[in-house]
Design a protein around this ligand. Structure first.
Ligand SMILES: C=C(O[C@H]1C=CC=C(C(=O)O)[C@@H]1O)C(=O)O
Length: 370
């Protein structure tokens, strides 16, 4: 039962023990991972097994929750909770002036040829007095197509989110990734019409991924570009599937993160600009999270009973990692919502500001500010 899993997690909060609750896109299962002490386990080379929570800047530590206990329950929720009609404040002029200036500065750097695209972001503080489990339940109810998580480590913090973006999903040496960029508000069910700026912005991500992976994979193919919905928003997405050489998962992961969907291209120049100019620490926003190197057994031929079982079973490693977007860090009576957007030469500051406000609604709609 969901309530039992929530109770177990609530007890961990009380006892200050790390846990994560999550549900994968379109799945009807809620998973709880519980670590039975408050040690901070750091990831060394992504060959470890557990639930990883990695920052934007991998010069800081990626954290691994050990799967001391794992519990899975069907996701039939207790009662339907509707999203809250609460939109992000648009009249925060001081913050707007600062953000617009940051965008102009980035466009100057683009014009000077320092980079083609950079993803800029900001943090919005909001009062939040309600129960963490109420908030998480709203997230699960409202964003069924997203990876919905609630992560807690007493020495690091409490995070929640509903992300639409897969960083990488692997099964043995087969993997899937995606290029997600371009944003529009969804109006009714009308499919969006994309402008050149958004098509270009998303194409940069696709090209970057092909280039970053070219010497790390045996094959890589992409699907047609499509429009996908994430809550109230539309994005452009291209899916890519490939095969990497045995034991190269860590290399693929490090080559992918951070993609220009959250950083920019060329990578180093865009990242330098972000670290020097955003003037706040993204910490885990635009990092990644999820199952790392889970072992799954593959039976090759169940019918040949008189053969040694082991000859017909092989252990595969699977990982499923998501980019930490549409997320927030929770504190005692406030939340910090993180949002950003891709800036290119064609960006219009006012529109980029609006876009971050729209994105922040994903979390605003699950927070009750009473
Ligand atoms: C950086 C964010 O979104 C990324 C993912 C999809 C679309 C994006 C965009 O249109 O700029 C961003 O690249 C965010 O939600 O904070």
């Amino acid at each position: 039962m969901v309530q039992e899993l929530f109770d177990r997690a609530a007890n961990c909060l009380k006892e200050q023990l790390p846990f994560v609750l999550y549900s994968k896109p379109n799945e009807t299962e809620l998973v709880g991972v519980f670590q039975n002490n408050d040690t901070i386990h750091k990831v060394n080379d992504f060959t470890e097994t557990g639930f990883v929570f990695a920052p934007f800047d991998l010069n800081s530590d990626a954290i691994l929750l050990k799967m001391d206990a794992v519990e899975k329950v069907p996701l039939n929720l207790l009662h339907e909770i509707l999203p809250i009609e609460r939109d992000s404040p648009k009249n925060n002029t001081e913050e707007k002036v600062r953000y617009v200036k940051l965008i102009s500065n980035a466009i100057n750097h683009i014009d000077e040829g320092d980079f083609n695209k950079v993803v800029l972001s900001r943090k919005i503080e909001v009062d939040c007095k309600d129960d963490y489990f109420e908030i998480y339940q709203r997230i699960l109810n409202v964003y069924k197509k997203a990876f919905c998580y609630f992560w807690y480590h007493p020495k690091i913090g409490t995070w929640m989110g509903a992300t639409p973006e897969i960083l990488v999903k692997s099964n043995g040496s087969q993997f899937t990734t995606m290029s997600l960029a371009g944003t529009q508000n969804s109006v009714g069910n009308d499919a969006p019409k994309w402008e050149e700026k958004e098509l270009h912005e998303q194409q940069l991500v696709t090209d970057y991924i092909f280039d970053a992976l070219k010497d790390k994979v045996i094959s890589l193919n992409s699907s047609e570009r499509e429009s996908v919905r994430a809550g109230q928003l539309w994005h452009l997405r291209t899916e890519m599937k490939g095969t990497f050489a045995p034991n190269k998962f860590g290399d693929v992961l490090k080559a992918l993160h951070p993609t220009p969907a959250v950083c920019g291209s060329p990578l180093q120049n865009a990242k330098k600009f972000i670290l020097e100019n955003e003037l706040y620490d993204r910490t885990f926003y635009t990092g990644f999270l999820g199952e790392l190197n889970m072992k799954s057994e593959l039976s090759r031929n169940r019918n040949r009973r008189n053969q040694e079982n082991s000859a017909y079973r092989s252990v595969m490693k699977t990982s499923e990692l998501y980019v930490n977007l549409r997320c927030m860090q929770l504190f005692k009576d406030k939340a910090e919502i993180y949002v950003g957007g891709g800036i290119t030469a064609d960006s219009i500051s006012e529109k980029e500001w609006e876009e971050t406000a729209l994105k922040s609604n994903t979390m605003f709609r699950v927070l009750d500010g009473k």
